[in-house]
Ligand binder design. Structure first.
Ligand SMILES: C[S@@+](CC[C@H](N)C(=O)[O-])C[C@H]1O[C@@H](n2cnc3c(N)ncnc32)[C@H](O)[C@@H]1O
Length: 254
C-alpha cells in the first residue's frame, strides 16, 4: 500500500497550473533544449518504450515523439492526462511510487522540472526503487532536481515577491526547512479572471545524497550537469542538478 499523495499536490496541480505553465510562465522552461538533451541520451533506444514520469501536460512527450521516440507520459492527475489525450499525446494515470508497468518493461525514463521530492526521503527512495524495477538493465534515467546547497540558501533569503503582466499576476514566497531538508513555497496565481492559491513542499537533495539513493535503487551515475546546455555541475553554485544514471545489471544489484 502506498500512502495518499500530499494534499498540496492536488491544489498546486489543479487545472490553472497547466494554463499558467503553457501560458505566461512558459518561458520559465526551455522545452526544445531539454528534448535535444533527452534525444541524445536515448538515441540508442529510439522506437523502444520510454516513460516521462510526472509528465504534466506533456511538455516533453510531444517533442520527443516528434523526434521519433516511443514515449508514454505518466501523471497522477486525470485532468492532465485528459488534456494530453485531447491532443493525441499518449499518457497514463498513475503514481510515480508504483509504476503500472512490468519488470524491465521500459528502455528508459526521465523525471524533469521539480517533479521529484514530493515525499519524505524513504518514500522518494521507494519510488526510485520502483523505477529500477521497470527500467531494464542498461536503461537510462534522467532526473532533474534543485541543487539543495544552493536552492536552500536562495529559498531562505527569498523576500516575498509579486510579478504582474497584462492578464497574469503571481505572488510568491519561499523558505527552506532545515529539519526536513525541504523547500516550502506558497503563493497565488491570477490569470484571465481565475485564481489559484498554491503551496508546495519539495524535499531537496545534494549530489551525494541523490547518487546514494539512486545507487540503492540499482542505478549508477553516468553524467551530472547543471543545465541542459552546459555541462559543469558546481556543488556550491549550480541551482539545478541534472543526473543521468544507468540501471545496473540485475546480478549486481546491492
Ligand atoms: C512540476 S510538474 C512537471 C511536469 C513536467 N515534467 C514538466 O516538465 O512540465 C510535476 C508533475 O508531477 C505530477 N505528480 C505529482 N505527484 C505525482 C505522483 N505521485 N505520481 C505521478 N505524478 C505526480 C503533477 O501532477 C505534475 O504534473
Amino acid at each position: 500500500m502506498i500512502t495518499p499523495p500530499p494534499e498540496w499536490t492536488r491544489g498546486y496541480f489543479a487545472p490553472l497550473y497547466a494554463d499558467v505553465y503553457e501560458g505566461p510562465l512558459a518561458d520559465a522552461t526551455n522545452t526544445e533544449l531539454e528534448a535535444d538533451f533527452l534525444e541524445e541520451v536515448f538515441a540508442e533506444v529510439k522506437g523502444e518504450p520510454l516513460l516521462d514520469i510526472g509528465c504534466g501536460f506533456g511538455r516533453h512527450v510531444q517533442p520527443m515523439r516528434k523526434r521519433g521516440h516511443h514515449v508514454v507520459g505518466l501523471d497522477l492527475y486525470p485532468h492532465l492526462i485528459q488534456r494530453m489525450s485531447k491532443r493525441g499525446r499518449r499518457a497514463v494515470c498513475g503514481d510515480m511510487r508504483r509504476l503500472p508497468f512490468a519488470e524491465a518493461a521500459l528502455a528508459g525514463a526521465w523525471c524533469l522540472f521539480n517533479s521529484f521530492g514530493y515525499f519524505p526521503h524513504e518514500e522518494n527512495l521507494a519510488a526510485l526503487k520502483d523505477w529500477g524495477r521497470v527500467i531494464r538493465p542498461e536503461g537510462h534515467v534522467v532526473l532533474q532536481v534543485p541543487n539543495r546547497p544552493v536552492m536552500g540558501k536562495i529559498a531562505e533569503e527569498f523576500a516575498p515577491s509579486q510579478m504582474m503582466t497584462n492578464d497574469f499576476c503571481v505572488t510568491e514566497v519561499y523558505d527552506y526547512d532545515r529539519d526536513s531538508k525541504s523547500m516550502k513555497g506558497r503563493g497565488l496565481w491570477q490569470f484571465k479572471g481565475r485564481e489559484q492559491p498554491w503551496e508546495f513542499t519539495l524535499r531537496m537533495y545534494t549530489l551525494k545524497e541523490l547518487e546514494r539513493a539512486l545507487g540503492k535503487a540499482g542505478f549508477d551515475t553516468v553524467e551530472v550537469r547543471e543545465d541542459f546546455d552546459s555541462e559543469e555541475f558546481k556543488e556550491r553554485a549550480s541551482t539545478q542538478l541534472i543526473l543521468t544514471a544507468r540501471r545496473r545489471a540485475a546480478r549486481s544489484l546491492p
